[in-house]
Design a protein around this ligand. Structure first.
Ligand code: GDP
Ligand code: MN
Length: 388
């Protein structure tokens, strides 16, 4: 078999059902859901799903965020359903609005114009606020200040497999910083100048420090595991403007708040904010997070939760079931193969309630892109650094 070294960077944390280790210390972590009062039914659906498949064993707190005051029914319903602490927080007007300096009339005109052009969600002022919030303020709000890890969940999603280990603990143990399930191509019309803005920031803030030193000190022989993921998203610039549009879908994320709160990411966010693109274009937080992760982290710090069954809207990931309760051993090799990771024989999901033999991360998604080995010499660190 062809060796696929990139897999070794990021194996699933488990390839079978585990006995939930309920006595293990918990991480400093929270499940976080942004929702509207009107989404009670969908929000409940997601919470029931994550409780059933995970939180019934681990009882992590769930923090609900809203830009408006929470309805009593929402609060009562969730308190009854969440097995850990349920907290209800309201986002400040400042964090859910235009930046102070922005000409709001102009921004509103632009939003209307983007709507007329048919750019997805771009005619909705609140959607712009939401994307801006998730790109920046989310990580620094008081409500999340005391946590290190967050697991983002949206209303109306499904988890299909039992998650019998603690993903926060595994992220910590394995030196991971950002975890995802599905990766997709971004709609180009939402972010024509995003990549250029990011490259501008990199040019002025990053290149001269970290990456240039790396390139000078250790040009072509920087071991590939330590090359930035940026090359996996496709790159060019300055200003050949290219990015494949592949990104991690952010309605599911398990990530380190510390990473996003730290100076580098916040500096990047501030510079994106100043450029106005959260309103004059419709930059999604998924694209922003992904490009930042690709630029600032090493590949081994990113984790694909390929053993999680997950659906948002019509997009889903469904792993084939691992033999329940058993470790995958050589006896099983060759009987089935995992569609995401053909080099892992057998299923990797635990008690998945979806058909993992038929469904998978669909070819239209760009998973293959983010997981491809960085064999292309052109994408090595030296050329990459020079190209910026
Ligand atoms: P999509 O996933 O991109 O199709 O967008 P959604 O409509 O699902 O919105 C993404 C997330 O933001 C969900 O968690 C929504 O509940 C939340 N959201 C979007 N707009 C608003 C809003 O105006 N107020 C609040 N409180 N939440 C919102
Ligand atoms: Mn959604």
């Amino acid at each position: 078999a062809v060796r696929q070294p990139y897999r070794e960077l990021d194996l699933p944390f488990a390839t079978s059902c585990q006995e939930p280790n309920v006595d293990a210390p918990r991480e400093n972590a929270a499940i976080v859901m942004l929702a509207r009062n009107t989404e009670l039914e969908q929000a409940l659906h997601s919470i029931v799903s994550i409780e059933k498949h995970f939180n019934q064993w681990y009882h992590y707190p769930v923090v609900f965020l809203n830009d408006e005051k929470w309805d009593d029914v929402f609060i009562e319903t969730m308190k009854e359903t969440v097995s850990g602490e349920a907290r209800f927080e309201v986002i400040s007007k400042e964090d859910w609005s235009y930046p102070k300096w922005m000409d709001q009339e102009k921004a509103k005109q632009s939003i209307a114009e983007q709507g007329r052009k048919g750019i997805i969600y771009a005619g909705l002022e609140t959607y712009h606020h939401m994307c801006r919030f998730f790109s920046g303020k989310f990580f620094t709000i008081d409500a999340l200040r005391d946590y290190k890890w967050y697991w983002r969940v949206e209303p109306g999603v499904d988890f299909y497999c039992s998650i019998t280990y603690d993903p926060f603990a595994e992220m910590e143990k394995n030196g991971k910083v950002y975890g995802y399930t599905i990766s997709l191509w971004e709609e180009e019309a939402t972010c024509p100048s995003l990549f250029r803005r990011i490259s501008d920031w990199k040019e002025s803030h990053l290149l001269r420090t970290t990456e240039l030193w790396k390139a000078m000190l250790a040009p072509s022989w920087v071991p590939w595991p330590f090359r930035s993921l940026m090359s996996w998203f496709g790159h060019r610039d300055k200003h050949g403007d290219a990015w494949s549009l592949c990104h991690y879908w952010s309605n599911f994320e398990i990530g380190s708040l510390d990473f996003f709160r730290a100076h580098q990411y916040q500096s990047l966010y501030q510079s994106l904010e100043r450029s106005g693109g959260f309103y004059f274009e419709r930059w999604g937080d998924a694209a922003v997070h992904s490009l930042a992760v690709a630029m600032l982290l090493d590949p081994h710090q990113v984790h694909h939760f390929e053993d999680f069954g997950y659906r948002h809207d019509d997009f889903y990931q469904c792993p084939a079931n691992a033999p329940d309760g058993q470790l995958l051993d050589s006896e099983l090799l060759g009987k089935t193969s995992n569609k995401h990771s053909p080099e892992i024989q057998g299923g990797i999901g635990c008690r998945c309630e979806c058909d993992g033999t038929k469904t998978s991360n669909v070819p239209g998604y760009c998973l293959a892109k983010v997981k491809q080995p960085t064999t292309n010499k052109k994408l090595g660190i030296l050329e990459w650094a020079k190209s910026w």
